[in-house]
Design a protein around this ligand. Structure first.
Ligand SMILES: Nc1ncnc2c1ncn2[C@@H]1O[C@H](COP(=O)(O)OP(=O)(O)OP(=O)(O)O)[C@@H](O)[C@H]1O
Length: 250
């Protein structure tokens, strides 16, 4: 089963360093890790660096996979829209990335299954340009999943989704991580999603990793005050789940 380790990972745009010194414990197959931090902290940059879309110092070490870095898939925050393609064509195109152009029945079957799992089969023959923001986000997830990545980097995947879809998607991805043995990293602004779905959390602020470890110990009042500049409490809800309650901005 795939494993990922990061050692002293950094990244720069041109001469400007925006990320440095990210080192993690071994990320294991079947795990879901949150990447949190304020705006412009470096979360997307971190993902792009892991996916080798940008270069930088440090080591991104994958083990126990025969697909090399091709097994890492980055689902970007901003999905854009290409009005020329239909949803189905865009997912097929993603499935064929880096491979030949022969399309097997199995591949068509797996596209149908993914669209069905994400409850967007009805969008299959709509143009990408006709979709709402939330629908585009779901299509972007379908494009990522069809490539069957062993490492999936999701950049704020629920930011455009309604409450039902947010829970639906995060339930689905967490279950898929365990079933397929994927390593999933999710950049999140909703810290309650991190508490609910992610065993571990990495906190990035000002381009530096400031904390990493079990989510329930990393997300605490002090971190919320120092990193997010809010007065907040972690309280246990009636179902026994920890929840962040924000009182005010500091
Ligand atoms: N293509 C780029 N060229 C130059 N600087 C960039 C580029 N992309 C991002 N940056 C800068 O890198 C820093 C980190 O940006 P990044 O997008 O990684 O932050 P983020 O934590 O994902 O933010 P957000 O939560 O707002 O999405 C910011 O200062 C940003 O302005």
């Amino acid at each position: 089963m795939v494993a990922l380790a990061l050692q002293d990972v950094g990244a720069a745009y041109g001469r400007t360093t925006v990320l440095s010194g990210v080192t993690t414990d071994l990320l294991e197959s079947g795990s879901v890790t949150a990447v949190i931090g304020p705006n412009a902290a470096g979360k997307s940059t971190f993902f792009k660096r892991i996916a080798s879309l940008i270069s930088g110092p440090g080591v991104v070490q994958l083990s126990d996979t025969d697909r090399g870095k091709k097994t890492i898939c980055y689902m970007p925050q901003d999905t854009g829209a290409n009005a020329v393609l239909t949803v189905y064509e865009s997912v097929l195109l993603s499935a064929k990335q880096g491979g030949g152009w022969r399309v097997s029945d199995d591949e068509l079957g797996s596209i149908d299954a993914i669209l069905k799992s994400l409850r967007i089969s009805d969008l299959a023959f709509k143009g990408l340009g006709e979709l709402s923001g939330g629908q585009r986000q779901l299509v972007s997830l379908a494009q990522a999943l069809v490539r069957e990545p062993e490492v999936l980097l999701m950049d704020e995947p629920t930011s455009a989704l309604d409450l039902h879809r947010q829970i639906d998607v995060l339930d689905f991805v967490s279950e898929l991580a365990v079933r397929k043995g994927m390593i999933v990293l999710i950049a999140l602004h909703d810290l309650n999603h991190a508490l609910r779905y992610c065993q571990n959390t990495i906190v990035i602020a000002d381009g530096v990793m400031v904390a990493s470890g079990p989510t329930k110990s990393v997300i605490n009042d002090g971190m919320l005050r120092d990193i997010y500049r809010v007065a907040a409490r972690i309280e246990t809800c009636s179902l026994g789940r920890p929840m962040v309650i924000v009182d005010r901005a500091i």
